[in-house]
Write a protein that binds this ligand. Structure first.
Ligand SMILES: Cc1ncc(COP(=O)(O)O)c(C=O)c1O
Length: 468
């Protein structure tokens, strides 16, 4: 076990970044979770300036790409109809984007079977499209389980990965037919003591990402020695440990994921030799990144690094993953209106009808910096746009912390003008609330391309996750 100690469960400092990072200076922009604290390389001013220019060009190109996507979505008959019908704030969900992402992910990682992490966006249309594609589902609660079951998903396609649950929740999931669960403590293991022989658990490993925006091992997961002890204890209790799971947190570095995979495989081999057992499952978690305000490694770049590591094990192990963000984020856009305008000490403020207690919850809870466009300038290029000014965007509640974005360059806006943010599908409305008595932002399901019938439907998330 000696070589595992400093790796598994501890921050790694030497991640090589194989995919082309498009941040300023080719170094890490804000979202990179695990850069090694290196000595800055001494470079001439010219090199720094040209690297900065490259970085700024990359950010501009992401902005242009998102602008084009928003234009296409908002030009559809169904988006127009939904906006006319419901007004703002409104989330526009295109489930076909979820399908396209799932297909890309499956093509890039053919050795992996995917279980959509319903938590990211627990919406019927997303469940339907992924169920059609043959995707599995990862649920974290009884309500999420009920949602996917209502859509006819067989229990065999589900995994329950929350490492700590009420006994009653486990009993309900078992009764529904779920057979794969995650644990990371002896207390949780004991809850499965009397489970049927076909029930299996995965032990959650910890891979810290303390420098990133999200460290999914800050709360859950164990290091290799504790993992070994749990496997041994499970044998005493008669609980079947099928393998291991982990979640590296949101990461923009395929090498970090590769390190975690390699460490988990090493641990599995070691315990198999030591305890004379055979594991069946490796669950490589979620964490695939999304380009919010800066570009990130693509699905294909992750596949190019991870697939060669996994493929040799795919015959003896069932390799699974639980992606949420990468499937859901780009499928939804938010449209809001300006409801108030104020000149404050730090300049112009626009108050919107949605904020961080609603669909923009990702700003505070998920460390996301969303792009925001004024609808009337969407069709324009940077060159032909009218004069703009920097502004702060605030949400509608009385909470002073309800600020969506600062220093956003926008044209002069009036009350009633519309704004839109792309990539608002993951951990947005799912974590929003009705604080200040404001209704949860509705979701309209839209279709791209010419419409032929009733195209916009409205679904409120509480209904989407209500227990059947
Ligand atoms: C256990 C587990 N698996 C998967 C996910 C989905 O992760 P991501 O959206 O980063 O892909 C989460 C997110 O909270 C999680 O907690």
């Amino acid at each position: 076990m000696a070589p595992l100690g400093p790796r598994l469960g501890a921050p790694r400092g030497q991640a090589r970044r194989r995919c082309r990072l498009r941040g300023v200076g080719g170094v890490v922009l804000a979202s990179a979770p695990h850069p090694a604290p290196r000595e800055p390389r001494r470079r001439g001013a010219g090199a720094v300036i040209s690297a900065t220019r490259r970085g700024l060009r990359a950010i501009r190109s992401l902005r242009e790409r998102r602008r084009t996507e928003l234009c296409a979505l908002l030009a559809t008959d169904s988006a127009q109809a939904a906006l006319a019908l419901h007004g703002t704030p409104l989330l526009l969900l295109d489930p076909e984007r979820v399908r396209a992402q799932y297909r890309r992910l499956s093509a890039a990682l053919p050795s992996v079977r995917f279980h959509y992490a319903v938590t990211a966006l627990p919406h019927s249309a997303v469940v339907d499209v992924l169920a059609e594609e043959g995707c599995g589902f990862d649920v974290a609660s009884g309500d999420e389980l009920a949602l996917v079951r209502r859509h006819g998903v067989a229990a065999g396609r589900l995994i329950h990965t929350h490492p700590v649950r009420k006994p009653a929740e486990i009993a309900d999931a078992l009764a529904a037919g779920v057979r794969t669960f995650v644990v990371d403590s002896e207390t949780e293991l004991e809850k499965f003591r009397d489970a049927a022989p076909d029930v299996r658990v995965l032990v959650r490993l910890s891979f810290r990402s303390p420098q990133g925006g999200s460290d999914a091992s800050a709360k859950f997961g164990v290091g290799p020695f504790a993992a070994g002890r749990l496997v041994a204890r499970a044998r005493e209790l008669g609980v079947r440990v099928a393998g291991f799971s982990f979640h590296t947190g949101r990461l923009d570095d395929p090498e970090r994921l590769a390190d975690a995979v390699a460490d988990a495989l090493t641990l599995m081999r070691h315990l198999e030799d030591e305890l004379g057992i055979r594991f069946e499952i490796l669950d490589i978690g979620g964490g695939f990144p999304v380009a919010y305000d800066t570009d990130v490694c693509s699905i294909e770049e992750f596949g190019a690094v991870i697939e060669p590591l996994l493929a040799p094990h795919a015959r003896r192990l069932r390799i699974i993953a639980e992606p949420g963000r990468i499937l859901a984020a780009e499928a939804m856009a938010l449209v809001t209106s300006v409801v108030g305008i104020a000149e404050r000490a730090d300049g112009r403020w626009y108050h919107l009808d949605d904020g961080v207690h609603g669909a923009y919850s990702s700003v505070t809870a998920d460390d996301v910096r969303p792009l925001v466009y004024a609808l009337r300038e969407l069709g324009q290029t940077a060159a032909d746009s009218e004069s703009r000014r920097w502004a702060t965007l605030a949400g509608p509640t009385c909470d002073s912390a309800d600020v969506v974005a600062r220093e956003v360059l926008l044209p002069e806006l009036a009350v009633g003008d519309l704004l839109a943010s792309p990539a608002m599908g993951a951990y947005t409305i799912a974590a929003g609330s009705s604080f200040n008595g404001r209704a949860v932002t509705p979701v309209a399901v839209v279709v791209q391309g010419p419409s032929t019938g009733p195209v916009a439907t409205r679904e409120r998330m509480p209904e989407a996750v209500a227990v059947a």
